[in-house]
Design a protein around this ligand. Structure first.
Ligand code: ADP
Ligand code: MG
Length: 278
């Protein structure tokens, strides 16, 4: 009897492996003991096992999506200090975080000076998308342009473009920091125009629209790129100076204030809301 049971368990594990149900394989005996103790019926037992398998699959898929997104660091809206950046509307960002713009194939453009939180906001949205199951990729524009040019040299352009076309959301970070070559600009334009109404783009740039021609080289290309990018697009300006600069200045101010009245201020505290009076 015992022998037979052992044999069926071995066979069961073999079948579960062939069926690619590793979590059920790992949990079935433990859950069976518990089910017997709880007097649970067969269907309840099967339900519990399939739920465990599903949960584990979802967890692994989320892990893979996050890895594939290649975020340089993880950021979230929770750690964004909205008081320090009044031009960014918290309610609107929370709405974007729900990712309905991705279902509508709309774009989001963050425009502002370096250090004003554009990348932070872009990653926050993309990480939320990733968690919700959207296929997401973060890439710096210079990196993308290099990859496109290299792929073109190796005739791998089609493959690269196919991979990009499978995405639900593509983050193009730092558009315009380095003027792209003519061919680079054309390849980039091609990615943007292919994404149009198929893949949502989140773009960060420190370029005011007037200077886009300089970067993309030609008036025609710039016009067409801007047209596609900004059609059905939320434009969010991160107005003001660099967050770290603001933070450093606030610390200096607090340092001075505490120096004059002899008090001790926590210099490591993050920037407080509002501006210092003195
Ligand atoms: P940008 O992309 O506009 O150059 P970043 O998003 O890279 O700026 O911001 C620079 C650094 O400052 C990052 O570490 C970012 O997390 C932080 N930062 C910027 N703005 C804020 C903010 N309002 N609240 C919290 N951290 C911020
Ligand atoms: Mg940035």
């Amino acid at each position: 009897m015992i022998k037979l049971e052992t044999k069926s368990v071995v066979l069961l594990h073999h079948h579960l492996k062939a069926l690619r149900l590793p979590t059920i394989g790992a949990e079935c005996e433990k859950v069976a003991k518990q089910a017997a103790a709880d007097n649970a019926d067969h269907l309840a037992y099967l339900l519990q096992l399939s739920e465990l398998e599903l949960l584990e699959r979802e967890r692994k898929a989320a892990e893979r999506r996050l890895k594939a997104a290649r975020f340089p660091t993880l950021k979230s809206l929770d750690s964004f200090d909205f008081a320090a950046r009044p031009s960014v509307n918290k309610v609107m960002m929370a709405e974007l975080e729900r990712c309905e713009f991705i279902d509508r194939r709309e774009n989001v453009l963050f425009v502002g000076n370096p250090g004003t939180g554009k990348t932070h906001l872009a990653i926050s949205l993309a990480a939320a998308a990733c968690a919700k199951g959207y296929r997401t990729r973060f890439i710096r524009v210079t990196e993308l342009v290099t990859a496109l040019i290299e792929a073109r040299d190796e005739r791998g352009l089609h493959g690269l473009k196919t991979r990009l076309a499978k995405l639900d959301l593509l983050v193009l970070d730092e558009l315009g920091y380095v003027p792209a070559s003519k061919i680079g600009a054309e390849l980039l334009f091609d990615v943007i125009s292919t994404a149009y109404e198929r893949t949502s783009l989140v773009v960060t740039t420190n370029l005011p629209f007037e200077s886009w021609t300089e970067v993309l080289g030609s008036e025609r290309l710039t016009g067409a790129t801007l047209d596609r990018l900004t059609h059905r697009c939320q434009i969010i300006e991160t107005k003001g100076e660099s967050y770290r600069l603001q933070d450093a200045k606030a610390r200096v101010r607090r340092g001075k204030a505490s120096g004059s009245d002899g008090g001790q201020d926590g210099a490591s505290r993050p920037l407080e809301g509002g501006t210092a009076k003195g």
